[in-house]
Design a protein around this ligand. Structure first.
Ligand SMILES: [Zn+2]
Ligand SMILES: [Zn+2]
Length: 346
């Protein structure tokens, strides 16, 4: 039986899900952003300016889909240094409603850039929502944003100086960044660790590679390749919500499926492909006679072990494809309980 992990049907669309325009602290206008990303083969850009939600539906055409979004901050102040932060939560909000212009957690007091001021609504003027750097406050923000119709992601935990205690108790994230081009530019590199930490607590969060572009030089370093039936707003949001995508800083994954208990990865030229699981067990294939473009992993020993009692956490596997430059593509985690036809007698 063939079971597609990336959908068999549909078309791949290249997406940037996190960036900033001249509507907040970015240096490139929304129109220029559309042009420059389309020239590099992107079909989707989420405009995620700081603390204001500005729809750009006027930029939509048959080959380009703007997603309505925003980035919200919760700051940990350094005592005695006003405006300086030791840590931050930066949270990405992607709206299911393309025409949305606010959420209950936005207030005027967090808008920092003059160019954002025209987008402060009456509701934002009237709302007081004091933010505190606590799990309780951030969980509240995530819950409200989800209820109001957003996909919610944790942006650049590495750049934000965060580690396990900062995010372990948070619930409801749809995604977490494993790459942020802006972080690289600022000398902080995102890692897979927050993703792994979430997965091992059975928080089914997807890995995101984004640009967080503010200037033209910060573009095209990380993206999402979404496979969807059409370039249509609700279709694209539903495919994102389901996790019908991989993230990448370079390699392409053309197909990913299980043929009975064999995992097949078809990709652009790779030097290494690894399958990581919730256990110490991982499987690696490295290029010996020329680059890898199609690799099969026998998953039987892994699946068999997954059905033993008292496993440390819910079994899952995920695939990473790496090219000779060290650039990587990351699939989401596929939990064994999502798969069809995989079962054993204990
Ligand atoms: Zn940020
Ligand atoms: Zn950002």
């Amino acid at each position: 039986m063939k079971q597609f992990l990336l959908p068999e049907e549909g078309k791949f669309y290249k997406a940037c899900l996190h960036l900033h325009s001249t509507d907040s602290d970015g240096k490139v206008t929304p129109e220029e952003i559309k042009k420059m990303y389309m020239e590099k083969g992107y079909s989707i850009v989420a405009y995620t300016d700081h603390e204001v939600i500005i729809p750009h539906n006027d930029l939509r055409d048959e080959n380009f889909l703007p997603i309505t979004g925003a980035e919200i901050a919760v700051n940990k102040q350094i005592p005695g240094l006003p405006g300086r932060y030791s840590k931050q939560y930066h949270i990405n909000l992607l709206s299911f409603d393309p025409y949305r212009t606010e959420t209950s957690v936005f207030t005027r007091s967090y808008v920092c850039w003059p160019s954002s001021i025209p987008y402060i609504s009456e509701k934002m003027n009237a709302t007081e929502y004091p933010r505190k750097y606590t799990n309780e406050c951030v969980n509240d923000i995530i819950r409200i944003a989800r209820e109001e119709g957003f996909l919610v992601a944790l942006n650049h935990p590495g750049l934000s100086g965060q580690n396990y205690p900062d995010y372990a108790e948070l619930n409801g994230f749809w995604g977490v960044e494993v790459h942020n081009t802006g972080s690289v530019g600022l000398g902080r590199v995102e890692t897979e660790q927050p993703l792994i930490d979430f997965l091992e607590m059975d928080k089914r969060v997807f890995p995101l590679a984004t640009d967080d572009m503010h200037t033209k030089s910060g573009a095209f370093g990380g993206w999402v390749m979404l496979k969807a039936p059409a370039l249509e707003y609700s279709t694209v949001m539903n495919s994102l919500e389901k996790g019908d995508f991989y993230s990448s800083t370079g390699p392409a994954i053309h197909a990913l499926y299980l043929e009975d208990e064999t995992l097949v990865v078809e990709c652009s030229e790779a030097s290494l492909i690894r399958v990581n699981t919730e256990r110490r067990l991982s499987m690696i294939k490295t290029a010996t006679d020329g680059p890898l473009t199609r690799v099969c992993f026998d998953m039987h020993p892994y699946f068999e072990g997954s059905f033993k009692k008292n496993m440390p956490c819910k079994p899952y596997f995920r695939v990473t494809v790496q090219d000779e430059k060290g650039l990587r593509a990351y699939t989401r985690a596929y939990f064994v309980d999502e798969l069809e036809g995989i079962s054993y007698d204990e």
